[in-house]
Design a protein around this ligand. Structure first.
Ligand code: HEM
Length: 416
């Protein structure tokens, strides 16, 4: 997992993991540990600092609901990874500093609203960029590969987050990718302070420009509380839209190989639906399934701020707590849907009483971008599938037993 790149994926390692089935082996190893150690949590003797692995579904809920006290989101390894591009981001802030930063993210991204108030504008951006993407792909032989898809997706992201003037600012995306690459090395690589300052200056400039129809404009109008550090929250948005692209592209693979799950009424243009920003629940469920089957945040980390009592003993303060999401999403000892596409799982909100499926985390640390991500990715899928019939050329997916990893870099679709 770590070799694949926690903050930005390394294509060669992802390809080898897919070939060798390493993700499936990881889940089987976790099953063996749960067999041996029962409920856990399992304390590991890791060099430097204690670490615990969560083995029981109830403890997943316990830890996530208990954030940020006593289970802080600002876990030490994560702090070292994210400090390369946003040392004051909500996720790695704690105590009095965390609350205003978290609140600012929730407000600007509109967590809890299925459609952001700028939804109509964002849908229009998606439609324009999809039109351009498919024209380009058709002009080049009709094969859609990840590179072209991601370029178009990042054009959408830059327009949505920073404004139309950033549409072609690929240098900014390269800078974020460079700093995320440094983040993969956490404390093993010194922070590129010049690069980081340049990134944060550009974020501040976007807030100052406040282009109408952008998230930067929404954020700049929120009258942020002292200490909320608006410019330091935006790098995570740019960074986290990258996994959203992965999830959408894999979602396309799921839908092309499970056409019976495609509800064509969700593909109608926003005008046809007489709704400028439709919700598209089936397409959202496809993205959620893509994230359940192949989580883009496979390791959710917390750190205990005090000693915490579990049934089987006390977990000391300062322990890094690991929730390995693929284990809970693909545990075929308990889940009959473990390895198949099961969009019905998302027909209703999942609660603490349910088995933990946590692609966006849960509890007070739930991803504040969740609703926006689902809105944008489902719009993007609708815009593509309305304009083209796709067939998956690169992979043969067995619906009864989907692979433990789907290398998004290697996916190729032929446009009909
Ligand atoms: C497929 C796309 C995404 C997935 C699967 C995802 C998942 C997650 C997860 C699992 C966490 C918790 C991480 C942890 O506790 O260590 C998280 C946190 C966060 N995400 Fe997302 N995310 C996605 C996209 C986005 C986007 C596009 C944004 C912003 C526009 C965003 C903003 C955030 C923020 C600000 C946090 C920190 C929350 C906090 O500190 O409480 N995410 N996300």
């Amino acid at each position: 997992m770590i070799a694949k790149g926690p903050t930005i994926r390394r294509p060669k390692v992802v390809a080898s993991s897919e070939r060798l089935g390493l993700d499936g082996r990881g889940v089987r190893r976790m099953q063996a540990l749960a067999q041996k150690y029962d409920r856990g949590p399992l304390m590991l003797r890791t060099p430097g600092r204690p670490m615990a692995m969560i083995l029981h579904p109830d403890d997943v809920h316990e830890v996530l609901e208990g954030s940020p006290e006593p289970f802080a989101t600002a876990e030490t390894l994560k702090v070292h990874a994210l400090k390369h591009f946003q040392p004051k981001g909500a996720l790695i802030s704690h105590g009095a500093e965390r609350s205003p930063r978290r609140r600012l993210n929730e407000q600007a991204l509109e967590l809890g609203a299925p459609v952001h108030h700028l939804g109509a504008r964002f849908t229009q951006v998606v439609e324009e960029e999809t039109e351009a993407l498919l024209a380009e792909v058709r002009g080049r032989g009709g094969v859609l590969a990840y590179e072209a898809f991601l370029d178009a997706w990042f054009r959408v992201v830059r327009r949505v987050v920073l404004g139309d003037s950033a549409r072609d600012d690929t240098a900014l995306t390269e800078l974020t990718q460079k700093l995320r690459g440094d983040g993969n090395w956490a404390f093993l690589k010194p922070v590129d302070k010049g690069g980081r300052a340049e990134l944060l200056d550009q974020m501040q400039a976007a807030l100052d420009r406040a282009e109408p129809g952008s998230l930067a404009a929404v954020m700049s109008q929120l009258a942020p509380a002292p200490d909320s550090e608006p410019a330091q929250q935006i790098p995570q948005w740019l960074f986290a839209f990258d996994p959203a692209g992965m999830a959408a592209f894999r979602g396309l693979a799921l839908l092309t190989t499970h056409p019976e799950h495609l509800d064509t009424t969700e593909l109608r243009t926003p005008d046809d639906q007489q709704d400028p920003a439709p919700t598209r629940p089936r397409l959202r469920a496809a993205v959620l399934e893509s994230l359940r089957l192949w989580p883009t945040t496979p390791m959710i980390l917390r750190e205990t701020t005090t000693d915490v009592a579990f049934d089987r003993g006390v977990m000391p303060a300062g322990t890094s707590v690991l929730i390995f999401a693929p284990f809970f999403h693909r545990d075929d000892r308990h889940l009959d849907f473990a390895h198949r596409f099961a969009p019905e799982l998302w027909d209703r909100p999942r609660t603490r009483a349910d088995w933990p499926l946590v692609p966006f985390s849960a509890g007070p640390g739930l991803c504040p971008g969740r609703d926006l991500v689902l809105m944008l990715t489902s719009s993007f899928l609708a815009a593509i599938l309305r304009r083209a019939t796709l067939s998956l050329d690169s992979h043969r997916l067995d619906p009864a037993s989907l692979p433990s990893l789907l290398n998004h870099f290697g996916l190729r679709f032929r446009l009909g």
